[in-house]
Ligand binder design. Structure first.
Ligand code: PMP
Ligand code: GLU
Length: 400
């Protein structure tokens, strides 16, 4: 009889990607589904990278490249980092892979030995704990709720660190809350980390260009604590700021020892990232500044109108996001109530009914480690968001 590995038996599918598939299935049955599930821009990949992708195919740039990406692209990434954050990296300290997700996966694979702990605060991006487990590590989940504004505090970080701690993994602006760590907050976390040199830092910067306070980029831990550079890996990619989700292209910057290990790991697993996507990203990095600014403007206006709509539902509480494109909605006032004959006990119950009866797809907070909340992506048109919130209002209005 076919036997799967222990790893396969414990594996759970990505809830975000599962929910996308579920929403698509309902749509294919003819339902008018509004999907606020997946964290994916609704605007097309910008013109320059799109054309560069076509050019790559036409010119035959369709072969293997070095496993860690072309030197030209890695150089362009170092220039971008210098320009955006003032950080100096060499191409040897950069690796390019098939998406930031794979970058995080590879970093964890290269950092963790069996039983090593990786600290992750709630609410977290759905994939972090499973990725840690796939690296034979143990997710050390630190509960951070409303009281901490959903961000880890230095005290909580200090308490979570022990001799088994291998890494601290965090994302700012955050998926799912859209909240960012301030420079002062990062400084305070860095002070704790400085005392524990065995702890690596994985800074997931995938949303760091999508910030709403007029600054170019979100505050970074290495800007306030450059001395942590030799144990910090920075994660980024084309998916969000460049709207290149389907191109599957991301990168890491970090100490050469770790980056080389990650590149070797890639060379034995996915091989080189797509040559076409690399060529496209190169054009994106060189030309897309004004496109990114336009996207940020668009997101700000969607944030303002979406917030207004959501705040008009009296059972909901929503914090104003500072970046990324998610609303983190407090639905605790709806739990314990009944919809027709179903008791809405959890965020999953709430989101299931919202999808099955009102055809609005969202992500339950429980998937991010925090019960009583729901994540909505506002990378959709204002009209789409308005229609979705209208259906939420109908649902909530029928709860007794
Ligand atoms: N980190 C976070 C927090 C994300 O939301 C995403 C989105 N998928 C990723 C990493 C990975 O992005 P990708 O693999 O598309 O580059
Ligand atoms: N990061 C996105 C999300 O959270 C994409 C989906 C995924 O890769 O899980 O929705």
């Amino acid at each position: 009889m076919l036997q799967l590995s222990k790893r396969a038996q414990n594996l759970k599918t990505s809830p975000t990607l599962f929910l996308v598939a579920k929403a698509r299935e309902l749509a294919s049955q003819g339902h008018d589904v509004i999907s606020l599930t997946v964290g994916e821009p609704d605007w097309p990949t910008f013109k320059a990278p799109s054309e560069a992708g076509i050019e790559a195919i036409q010119k035959g740039i369709t072969k293997y490249t070095p496993a860690n990406g072309t030197l030209e692209l890695r150089k362009a990434i170092t220039e971008k980092m210098k320009h955006e954050l003032g950080f100096e990296y060499t191409p040897k300290e950069i690796t390019v892979a098939s998406g930031a997700k794979y970058i995080i996966f590879a970093a964890l694979q290269m950092l963790c030995s069996p039983g090593d702990e990786v600290i992750v605060a709630t609410p977290y991006w759905v994939s972090y704990p499973t990725m840690i487990e796939l690296a034979d590590g143990v997710p050390h989940i630190v509960e951070c709720g409303e009281l901490e504004n959903f961000k880890i505090t230095p005290e909580k970080l200090e308490k979570a660190i022990n001799l088994k701690t291998r890494a601290f993994l965090f994302c700012s602006p955050s998926n799912p809350t859209g909240l960012s760590y301030t420079a002062d907050e990062l400084k305070a976390l860095a002070e704790v980390l400085r005392k524990h040199p065995h702890v690596a830092i994985i800074s997931d910067d995938i949303y760091n260009r999508l910030v709403f306070d007029g600054s170019k980029v979100a505050p970074h831990i290495l800007s306030v604590a450059p001395d942590l550079r030799e144990r910090t890996v920075l994660v980024n990619g084309g998916s969000k700021a460049y709207s290149m989700t389907g191109w599957r292209i991301g990168w890491a910057a970090g100490p050469e020892k770790l980056i080389t290990a990650m590149a070797d790991y890639q060379s034995q697993s996915t091989g080189s990232p797509s040559s076409i996507s690399q060529h496209a990203l190169l054009a994106g990095l060189r030309t897309s500044e004004s496109d990114i600014n336009g996207v940020v403007e668009k997101l700000i206006s969607r944030k303002v109108s979406g917030l207004k709509e959501l705040q008009a539902i009296e059972h909901f509480k929503v914090a104003e996001p500072q970046g990324a494109f998610y609303f983190w909605v407090d639905i605790r006032n709806c739990l314990g109530k009944t919809y027709q004959d179903r008791i809405v006990r959890t965020s999953k119950d709430f989101c299931d009914i919202l999808l099955e009866k009102f055809f609005v797809a969202t992500v339950p907070g429980a998937e991010c480690g925090t019960e009583g909340f729901m994540r909505l992506s506002f990378a959709v048109s204002e009209d789409t968001m308005k229609r979705a919130v209208g259906r939420m209002r109908d649902f909530v209005g029928q709860l007794v």
